[in-house]
Design a protein around this ligand. Structure first.
Ligand code: SAH
Length: 576
């Protein structure tokens, strides 16, 4: 819950806009502001105060306890110009809230936490448990000191401005390789060095089996002991896994709760299909699979680190619990991101978020230039020139398969005549793939021309580099016969000049010479230009590779200088 406090009429107006936008998340605290701030501080996870920062500092100072548990506080000034993250930037989420409030009220978010202010991902905001010298290593990162990333357990991380990357074995620790500080990604139970931060990836899965009524202490104790003896950190535990029949077994449920991880369950036939080193008859009879602990741990794939073992009971009674430990393979993440036609405000917020999340960015150099300023320091940029499409696709997939988080970018929509298909044709199911749609050129051009796509429409690329011209011409003819609005991508280049006139001639066999044709060059870019002409008058020489050409159907009209294709024109013109 977000508590809202205001003192003046302007403050109350801004407060009401927030309350109206987030009815379920906010609560208005009325009355004298001192009292309101104190009540909200005690009752809410976050506060937005429409008050001077000085006033809020004085009011909350006596209430502050610990940055991990204090609410995040954001102040908005009287003029609604700034949303200041005052306290609880990370732990209380005030930095993020300042951004959200800023977006809603049109105010500039002000964030002073060093890592956020310079766009470096804070070590404590990576979504992974951290241990060790967080403050010292963060300072080194900010100061541009030499910080090495040592990846013992590969995991897709956001970018960190690190000086080197080295995969290490199980031995190395501390500021090795001459680096001042080290960020070490590991699931092993090691003690961090003096200038070392440990990031704990959720890489471990413990499979558990238990007889009915197994005590929670016995299950929990066994899991802990297994991890400890194998030298593994409980902070990297991602889940407990077992068979469906044990989904409600109180000892297992309680142990998962105490470990703070979810309980994942599988059907007996699924488990029976998993190859395990130590199958046995007892579980086969009881729950229908020769292995519970090992099979459940391995069901999601990975490497068996600790084979099945049983609990030891002090009272000498038979063991009631079994467990096995598996290290899951890191799943890399490939985001295929459309950047839109060019203008920054046509780049979606989701695309922006993915760009900032990726540690590796792959793309055509000119597209990289379009968004370079948005990237976080430390992002590894793999840019290449025109033509190297297949290679870019392969590189992006290979980086993701190595367990990294990768963004593959393309202009417009990355799935339209662009990188998504060659990349996904390469990709196997061992990586996660996320697509972020972008505004494709046909849509950007359509909005400039008017409403040319108001009825059925199709895009056709006139590039015959990868497609035989006969196929292209057949498609143009089909669109012509079906009276469909056509947008031509890749319409004309220096070496390809006869295709556009030919395509237009095919359309002209089925459409009037007066059919409107829109030509848009560099839609939404600084040198945007557009023209509305007709099939008879289009001069192909005015068209190049930065252009799309949209040809109307037989109902498309020029109205007040705009291109308009009516919806369902027959019944509109002749009402029955
Ligand atoms: N993925 C891109 C298309 C790549 S094919 C998209 O979804 O938009 C390249 C062709 O797209 C160019 O030859 C041109 O015809 C068209 N194009 C791309 N961006 C454009 C823009 N901003 N203005 C006009 N045409 C554009």
């Amino acid at each position: 819950m977000i508590g809202l406090i205001s003192a003046t009429a302007a403050g109350a107006a801004a407060r009401d806009r927030l309350a109206a936008a987030w009815p379920a998340r906010t609560r208005v605290y009325d009355g004298p502001v001192g009292d309101a701030v104190r009540r909200a501080f005690g009752e809410c996870e976050q506060l937005v105060c429409f008050l001077a920062t000085g006033a809020v500092v004085r009011l909350v100072a006596p209430l502050l306890g610990d940055k991990a548990s204090d609410p995040g506080v954001v102040c908005v000034d009287e003029g609604g110009r700034f949303a200041v993250s005052l306290v609880g930037g990370h732990g209380g989420g005030a930095n993020e809230l300042a951004g959200e409030v800023g977006e809603l009220l049109g105010a500039e978010p002000v964030v002073t936490t060093a890592t956020d202010a310079v766009g470096v991902a804070g070590l404590d905001t990576l979504g992974l448990p951290v241990e060790g010298a967080v403050a010292a290593v963060s300072r080194a990162l900010l100061d541009g000191g030499s910080v090495a990333l040592r990846t013992e357990t590969p995991w897709p991380l956001p970018p960190l401005p690190l000086t080197e990357e080295s995969a290490v074995g199980t031995e190395g620790t501390g500021g090795a390789d001459g680096a001042y500080a080290v960020v070490r990604v590991t699931d092993r139970a090691v003690v961090p060095g003096e200038r070392e931060v440990l990031l704990r990836p959720p890489s471990l899965v413990v499979g558990v089996g238990a007889s009915r009524g197994a005590p929670a202490d016995e299950v929990y104790g066994l899991v802990e002991e297994c991890l400890r003896e194998a030298g593994l950190s409980p902070a990297s535990l991602a889940a407990l896994a077992t068979v469906d029949a044990k989904a409600d077994e109180p000892g297992i449920v309680a142990a998962a709760g105490r470990l703070g991880v979810p309980l994942v369950t599988y059907g007996p036939s699924e488990l029976a299909a998993v190859e395990v080193p130590n199958p046995s008859d007892a579980p086969l009879a009881a729950v229908g699979t020769p292995s519970v602990a090992e099979a459940a741990a391995l069901a999601g794939g990975g490497e068996l680190l600790v084979p099945k073992r049983k609990s030891r009971r002090a009272d000498g009674q038979p063991a009631m619990a079994t467990c096995a430990v598996v290290r899951r393979a890191a799943r890399g993440r490939l985001a295929v991101v459309g950047l839109g036609p060019g203008a920054r405000d046509l780049l979606t917020p989701r695309a922006k978020a993915e760009l900032r999340r990726a540690a590796v960015l792959v793309g055509l150099d000119q597209y990289v230039d379009q968004i370079r300023d948005l990237l976080r320091p430390g992002t590894r940029i793999l840019e290449s020139g025109l033509g190297a499409e297949e290679e870019r696709a392969r590189t992006a997939v290979a980086e993701a398969r190595a367990g990294r988080s990768v963004a593959l970018i393309g202009s417009g929509d990355a799935g339209v005549y662009a990188m998504a298909s060659p990349a996904l044709a390469e990709a196997s199911d061992d990586i996660d793939v996320v697509g972020v749609p972008g505004v494709t050129a046909a849509l950007a051009a359509g909005a400039i021309l008017g409403a040319p796509l108001g009825h059925d429409h199709v895009s056709i690329s006139l590039s015959d580099l990868h497609t035989p011209w006969e196929v292209i011409e057949r498609r143009v003819r089909a669109a012509a016969e079906a009276d469909i609005v056509v947008t031509f991508y890749n319409p004309r280049s220096r070496g390809r000049d006869w295709q556009l006139p030919k395509a237009l001639a095919v359309l002209a066999e089925h459409r009037e010479p007066s059919t409107p044709v829109g030509v848009v060059r560099n839609a939404s870019r600084a040198d945007e230009s557009s023209r509305l002409t007709t099939l008879a008058h289009l001069d192909p020489a005015t068209v190049d590779m930065m252009t799309v050409v949209t040809v109307g159907n037989t109902a498309t009209r020029r109205i007040a200088g705009r291109m308009v294709t009516p919806r369902g024109y027959r019944w509109q013109q002749e009402p029955r």
